[in-house]
Design a protein around this ligand. Structure first.
Ligand code: TRP
Length: 433
């Protein structure tokens, strides 16, 4: 019997193009197990020690998304802290695949977080819009569509408040050429089909556009791909000096396969670069609950940044999975389950005050706070967040867009009070003999 049932059970499947929670014996979706991903992919968990060091080195309290484990995993983030401490240069790189004209709430999370990192570290950011990727991987999207979405998305991204002086946004289809393209081909020469087929699930029938694409997403992390942003008069050739600048990539954990490939090969380039550091986020839970992520292709799973206050209210009231009891009497008696309650989960993303959040958690669990009351709080917080975004978005004209997308020298200061690296110990003759 048990054996028969286990036929429907399924492992979770996380890759750059789809995210699915595991299914239990009854075929029900279960919450994504993020620790299992860390173990499988061998990433490091962000622990209190790392956060303490972050606070000590930067003088900033860790963002609530770090404190609450929404950004939960990393590779070499500690090395970035060391660079910052010493006043050595590094830059941020992130991206988005423009598959629709407008962002949903889930998309804005890694982006907001990237902006916060940019503010804290005061470093340049390059923002890649993979219009090429979306046209290659979605049969229904033409290259023209994808490029058009990229421009619309760029405006949304700008509305999140990135600093023009420190930010370069580009569409792959428009920008990739010259040193970037040379990096992409050189990287392509280093990586075999055998190396990518497993990581990306390719096979012999996969079109060659898709097979080559990872090269682009990878080399975007090389400082040499952007000669203009570092110098007023960039060298006509790539240089080791620029290749040495390390990169930090904030991303959803589903993008990690790209960057494992990159980290395995960065040192093999003609001008080797340090392994990029990574910081991974969880996904914003779909309205329907854990096990799915917000998705543009399912409008009822997501709050869009174009939604009206009324739409937000309806979606939360109608679709947000509730951890409350079916009747008020039962709820008062038995209490709710905030851990699976989507309205509560959304509050944890947007409520800054840790104490207030804890209070809500306790009151919901004890049954003092009703589902309707909890939903009301979440609706208000989300309406505010989306309305503030829409105000900013109105100000992003075509001229503003062009300014962010122009290849140019960026301006930043980094750490204002660096502590230089300790000088290497000078060995006496006797010691070195
Ligand atoms: N492939 C990503 C997507 O589909 C876009 C992307 C490109 C990206 N470079 C990145 C995301 C770097 C995170 C970090 O959304």
């Amino acid at each position: 019997m048990a054996e028969e049932q286990s036929h429907t059970a399924q492992e979770q499947d996380i890759n750059p193009w789809s995210v699915e929670g595991a299914r239990d014996e009854n075929g029900e979706v279960v919450a994504i197990n993020y620790e299992a991903i860390c173990r499988k992919w061998n990433t490091s968990i962000i622990d209190d020690k790392l956060l303490e060091r972050f606070e000590k080195v930067t003088g900033h309290k860790p963002h609530r998304w770090l404190r609450r484990g929404l950004f939960f995993s990393h590779r070499d983030f500690d090395r970035i802290l060391t660079l910052y401490e010493r006043g050595e240069p590094f830059f941020l790189y992130t991206g988005r695949g423009p598959s629709t004209g407008s962002l949903h709430l889930g998309h804005t999370i890694p982006l907001q977080f990237t902006k916060w990192l940019q503010d804290v570290f005061d470093v340049p950011l390059v923002f890649m819009l993979t219009d090429d990727e979306k046209a290659l991987f979605k049969d229904s999207i033409t290259f023209e569509d994808a490029m058009h979405f990229a421009m619309e998305n760029a405006k949304d991204i700008i509305a999140l408040g990135f600093d023009l002086k420190k930010t370069f946004i580009y569409s792959d289809l428009k920008y990739v050429s010259n040193h970037f393209l040379m990096n992409a081909w050189e990287f392509g020469k280093l990586v075999t089909f055998n190396q990518v087929r497993g990581a990306f699930g390719f096979n012999e029938s996969t079109n060659i556009g898709r097979i080559f694409f990872p090269s682009l997403q990878c080399v975007a992390a090389f400082a040499t791909s952007y000669p203009e942003i570092w110098k007023d008069e960039p060298s006509t050739e790539r240089t080791q000096e620029i290749a040495n600048i390390q990169c930090l990539i904030p991303m959803g954990i589903d993008q990690d396969p790209y960057f494992r490939l990159l980290r395995d090969n960065a040192h093999r380039m003609r001008f080797p670069s340090p392994k990029p550091a990574l910081i991974h986020s969880k996904f914003l839970t779909a309205l329907q609950g854990a096990g799915g992520k917000m998705s543009s292709s399912d409008p009822n799973s997501a709050i869009f940044m174009t939604d009206t206050p009324k739409q937000i209210k309806t979606k939360i009231n109608k679709y947000a999975f509730s951890g409350g009891q079916v009747s008020i009497e039962d709820h008062r008696r038995l209490g709710g389950n905030p851990d699976v309650d989507v309205s509560y989960v959304y509050l944890t993303y947007f409520e800054e005050d840790d104490a207030k959040l804890e209070e809500i958690y306790k009151n919901y669990k004890s049954g003092e706070l009703l589902t309707g009351e909890l939903k009301k709080m979440t609706i208000e917080v989300l309406q505010q967040y989306v309305a503030a975004f829409q105000e900013k978005r109105k100000e992003v004209t075509d001229e503003v867009l062009a300014a962010y997308m122009k290849p140019r020298k960026l301006e930043w200061k980094g750490n204002p009070n660096p502590v230089p690296a300790p000088a290497p110990a000078i060995r006496t003759k006797k010691e070195s003999a």
